[in-house]
Design a binder for this molecule. Structure first.
Ligand code: NAD
Length: 294
């Protein structure tokens, strides 16, 4: 049994915290928003009066915040000073690689341990305990975090040193964005050439163009009955989150001077999709923009 402070009890954090309780750990939560606090209490998770109170007694602190600025501010303003020396900080929000490295250095300077452990798998994965974790940190810190990550996820990969969990996450989501756009373009081109959706699916899903964006997240209704296209693009993985992740990828592309033209273009297309009506729709809904030529 580990004493855990879980901070950020939103869409992802609350079900993750619940799975830690289910695995027999003692969890004290905290969130800034009354609705999240109420939902956590209703789920049987005790909520502390502040972030500092929640971490004071904890062996492990997990953060699941919207963005990097929230993580850096919370570490700097209260969490690092309030935690007992040697506390393991597991940072699971999706943030920039350099922000993850800054957070790591801040934690270590304050006498703590830290790994970055962003996730994929969405709210359904968080609820079912089937998230994928991409972890950056030392071998010892990874080993210490592993049993807790296993209570919340199914696939856990140690990607290397500090920041490299976030690096793996931005690279994966850049591939995903580019492949989802490519599949959507192929369906629209096929429509204009007179190809039935099912015929194109039957070929590509079994041929060298095969990828998750067609076999699971097929952007047209019919061939994959569970894909968001069959429910008017209800997410799934919302356009706003894809646009956020591609913003982090673009930051990394620019900082490293990488010639990633497809990644840059995907970032522009998803920023426009999210600025239009795509923020709350599944990211495969970008096929509508492509069809309309917007
Ligand atoms: P969310 O907005 O639902 O939850 C974040 C919570 O953090 C909010 O309730 C907010 O009040 C709280 N918070 C912010 N600052 C805080 C502080 N200082 N102390 C305590 N609580 C604080 O967001 P989410 O959908 O749960 O996503 C969380 C993270 O996971 C994001 O970085 C997101 O990019 C990433 N992610 C989300 C999904 C998804 O499908 N939702 C999938 C993969 C990764």
């Amino acid at each position: 049994m580990t004493r855990i402070a879980f901070l950020g009890l939103g869409h992802m954090g609350l079900p993750m915290a619940r799975n830690l309780v289910k695995a027999g750990h003692e969890v004290h939560g905290f969130d800034l928003v009354p609705a999240a606090i109420g939902a956590a209490r209703a789920a049987g998770i005790p909520v502390s009066a502040s972030g500092a109170d929640a971490v004071a007694d904890a062996q492990v602190v997990i953060t699941m915040f919207p963005a990097g600025r929230h993580v850096i501010a919370a570490y700097r303003d209260e969490l690092l000073a309030a935690a007992a020396p040697g506390t393991l900080f597991i940072e699971s929000s999706t943030i920039a690689v350099d922000e993850a490295r800054t957070a790591h250095e801040m934690a270590v300077e304050a006498g703590h341990r830290n790994v970055d452990a962003p996730v994929s798998g969405g709210v359904v994965g968080a609820e079912n305990g089937t998230l994928a974790f991409m972890v950056g940190g030392s071998d010892d810190d990874f080993a210490a975090a592993l049993p807790l990550l296993e209570a919340m996820g199914k696939r856990i990969v140690h990607c290397g040193g500090p920041g490299l969990g976030q690096a793996a996450k931005v690279c994966n989501n850049m591939v995903l964005a580019v492949s989802q756009i490519a599949v959507a373009e192929a369906f629209v081109l096929g429509e204009r050439l007179g190809l039935e959706h099912q015929a194109l699916f039957d070929v590509v899903s079994q041929a060298s163009g095969q990828c998750w964006s067609i076999t699971t997240n097929c952007p047209v209704p019919g061939p994959v009955p569970t894909s968001p296209a069959n429910r008017d693009y209800q997410p799934g993985f919302a356009g706003a989150l894809m646009a956020k992740d591609l913003g982090l990828a673009l930051q990394a592309i620019e900082q490293t001077g990488t010639d990633a033209r497809m990644g840059r273009l995907a970032q522009q297309l998803y920023a426009a999709f999210a600025d239009g009506d795509g923020a709350g729709r599944d990211f495969s809904g970008i096929i509508t923009d492509i069809r309309q030529g917007t």
